[in-house]
Design a protein around this ligand. Sequence first.
Ligand code: GLN
Length: 534
Amino acid sequence: MSKHIFVTGGVVSSLGKGLTAASIALLMKQRGYSVKMQKLDPYLNVDPGTMSPFQHGEVYVTVDGAETDLDLGHYERFSGVDCTQESNFTSGRIYSNVISRERQGGYLGKTVQVIPHITNEIKDAIRAMASDDVDFVITEIGGTVGDIESLPFLEAIRQFRQEVGAENCIFMHITLVPYIKAAGELKTKPSQQSVGILRTIGIIPDMLVCRCEVSLEEEHKEKLALFCNVPRHLVIEEKDVENSIYEVPLDLVKQDLDVYVLERLGMHVNRLDLTKWRKMVKTLIEHPAGEVEIAVVGKYISLVDSYKSVYESLTHAGIASQVKVKVRMVEAEDIEKLGAAKLLKGVHGILVPGGFGDRGIEGMIKAAAYARKNNIPYFGICLGMQCAVTEFARNVAKLKGANSSEFNEDSAHCVIDLMEEQKSVTEKGGTMRLGAYDCAVKSGTKAFKAYKRKKISERHRHRYEFNNEYREQLEDLGLIISGVNSELDLVEIVELKDHPWYVAGQFHPEFQSTPLKPHPLFRDFVKASLVRRK
Ligand code: GLN
């Protein structure tokens, strides 16, 4: 039987609940246990796939093609365990399941209600993660305790605990202990109040994890324990980390958080092996080989969460080369106004990430041209690959007005075109080419040099694709097709001859990079940027 850890959040959002949950997953795994992770989100979109990155940050894609919350990226990067379709449920998805069952007559004439039907559906979603070979299921409840929207989820986990027994279930409440500068004091009241809200709905947290910018004193911990009805040793401090989010598990371990969780759930306290993790964090912080500067040119630049996995993957690649990757965030539209030279001068590498819609697209194409002409390492991801192909078609093959049909359907040269299978698609949600697909890598290419394998699998999220009608023509001029999906004959990776490192893929490698296993393309891109710096 799986043990369940439920993570709730109090006082404010953006507390880093996902990072805490991911850290616990890492610690359990490094103690030899198997873990699965899940996030339950209170909003009504069926999944975040239709939301703008400005609303919700990056949409993270799982191997099996779920479009999910970006916290799942943390889960995978910390624990190394793949998430699935079952790892992210929203209220929208829960309600839509219940409503479609109602339409099919599945409730046999009963009145369909939040309790028990919605809560049952939520409990089924939690149960779907549990099995004999999973020791721990960690379920994070999105949003903040006290929100109207999250009530059914909280009621469901309350019922769940009754059903599986308190010995198989932990409620961990992450809360904020703010520091009031003017008074020079830490305040425990907001935490007391948020635990109070939980109590009114029948949930008594077993543990408190206190986010703070200033260390808690013994008196604060005692006060929190007393007022929140939690044993003193289960009041854990989670202070802002100094250098990197990857320090969070190390801080939690110092306070034996994982030991208490295991003891509370009656599990054996196996030996913990964090040797590799500690070494990784040390390299990350010390970065003995100095710094490289990479420009990320996109349209969602003003919100760091929009390209979360890209930035993280660059950090991972930096660890592999022992450098710190400094990111110069460049608004693609600014390049349209001010020119590439002005904004990209001096960078050691240029990355154009994924995106949708035409805003800033000409700026991204200019960035690709600047990298090509100035021998600056270039890494194109999805839209960044489409921009690279368009640029090459326009400026090397002299195909006037070459474009993606996403941006100009009437272009005489749609070198990027809607995929055949997409032409009949009318609904927006969950209908792109999503999830992992195989790709055959051509030997002798930079891609092969990175992967060192002929067959790879990468995650996708797109509707448009390299137009094979232009393949020969562009190849003749020096565009190398270094990766192809053989099943559908789709171009997956392109690169340039006679360039230090210019590689672009139709997929999202950032969803498979972890700090312990930097993605080979990111790794080689940063390595090439380091060569450029030298
Ligand atoms: N908008 C492009 C497409 O749909 C690229 C998508 C992406 O970058 N994820 O093909």
